[in-house]
Design a protein around this ligand. Structure first.
Ligand code: SF4
Ligand code: SF4
Length: 401
């Protein structure tokens, strides 16, 4: 039987939820139409009405430790039918943003990502960093060669060199930003983002399990790693296929652009991994031929990413009366759009022989990538990871969803 819950209202939480997109929260009069309307809510302890009550009472602990807020796919069916225009879909989205900020650390980065006033710093710091790297690459090649061979020469057996060779006269982005600099920036960034996610998910999984036991949503006493991983494997395919999106009515058309963006990132990840191995294992340097199949995958992924994110922006603009879009949404959509367009332009302008233009586009591209990956665990993009884990937990715990 579920235990009693001691309410601890947090007024600051209500303010945060309202600021992050749940400004209509107080309009709710608890009719439960939203819960009936939601196509993916479980029968046992369904959402989002109970979350609307908890949010209006400021029950932060109860909400950010709940796996249910992540089972919502923000389809908007409930918001469409809410007689009070309380927009429960947007309220749940705002609660998820607060939860991301709560689990990610350091907290100041999480708060900065949701604060438009911090945007100049989020862009300015990577911009200055890459400008310094470009200046060193272009003006201190001889010094860097000496340092590189002095420090790494013996370790790497003379197999690798500071400057990556390519045919004379070819425009190569590596002549503007050393590939070593780029990788020495992004590898630690990826490790940092992974660690932030790992620490956040450790607390998250423990919390949603405790919450599920407290609310009587599971019979499992503890989380067994093997069983949880099996559940994770079971939900991966439905997640990739966006099955839950397709159960929605009001916003069914979100499924295609979301899939395009997701699969584009998967494609670009595969491309980056292959070229990383090509460079550091096979000693094969960019620029690579356009008839290389990995290049095809890169170009197709880039085009799909531009189309996917453009459709997402168009959908948001078309539905601005029914689905509110906030800074956190525009931040991530704008960033992905700039990343995709600058990446494709860097390639096209390079092929057209316009060296300065190619370098400039590549500069913008690197700033956007660093911004996206450095702040990934703090931005709205983190929802993919938390939702995946929540769905795996729901599968593991026997919760029908
Ligand atoms: S959010 Fe709207 S539909 Fe849901 S309980 Fe409140 S008033 Fe009713
Ligand atoms: S936005 Fe969609 S998935 Fe989320 S609670 Fe409302 S109806 Fe359910």
């Amino acid at each position: 039987m579920a235990e009693k819950y001691l309410a601890q209202p947090d007024l600051n939480f209500i303010k945060e939820v309202r600021e992050l997109g749940g400004e209509s929260l107080n309009k709710c009069f608890q009719c439960a139409t939203c819960t009936i309307a939601c196509p993916i809510s479980p029968e046992d302890s369904p959402f989002p009405r109970k979350e609307m009550i908890a949010a209006s009472w400021g029950l932060k602990d109860k909400l950010i430790t709940s796996g249910d807020i992540w089972l919502c796919h923000e389809c908007g069916d409930c918001s469409d039918l809410c007689p009070r225009d309380a927009k429960p879909g947007d309220v749940l989205s705002a609660i998820r943003s607060v939860a991301i900020t709560e689990y990610a650390r350091p907290k100041f980065l999480a708060k900065a990502v949701n604060n438009p006033k911090a945007l100049p710093f989020l862009i300015g710091i990577p911009a200055i960093w890459f400008a310094i790297l470009a200046i060193i690459t272009m003006t201190a090649g001889d010094t860097m060669t000496k340092i590189f061979h002095g420090v790494f020469g013996d370790i790497l057996g003379g197999r690798f060199h500071w400057a990556h060779a390519h045919e004379p006269g070819v425009i190569a982005h590596a002549d503007f930003f050393s590939t070593w600099f780029v990788d020495l920036t992004f590898v630690p960034t990826a490790i940092f983002a992974t660690l932030v996610f790992a620490l956040g998910l450790k607390d998250f999984i423990r919390n949603i399990h405790e919450n599920a036991m407290l609310e009587g949503k599971t019979n499992k006493k503890k989380i067994e790693i093997a069983g949880f991983l099996k559940a994770l494997g079971k939900v991966i395919i439905p997640v990739l296929k966006h099955d839950k999106f397709n159960e929605c009515e009001a916003d069914k058309d979100r499924s295609t652009p979301h899939m395009m963006v997701l699969f584009s990132f998967i494609g670009l990840f595969i491309v980056t991994s292959i070229f990383f191995i090509a460079l550091y294992v096979l000693n094969s340097h960019a620029p690579y031929s356009q008839i290389n199949p990995v290049k095809w995958l890169a170009n197709i992924s880039a085009v799909a990413l531009i189309i996917g994110v453009s459709l997402m922006i168009r959908n948001r603009l078309a539905k601005k009366d029914t689905q509110l879009t906030f800074y956190k949404d525009w931040y991530i959509l704008g960033l992905i759009f700039i990343l995709a367009v600058s990446g494709l332009l860097a390639e096209l302008v390079r092929l057209a022989g316009f060296k300065t233009g190619a370098y400039f586009c590549y500069y913008i591209h690197l700033i956007a990538i660093l911004n996206l990956f450095l702040f990934l665990p703090f931005s709205k993009m983190a929802h993919f990871v938390y939702r995946l884990v929540s769905m795996a937990y729901a599968e593991y715990s026997g919760r029908k969803y």
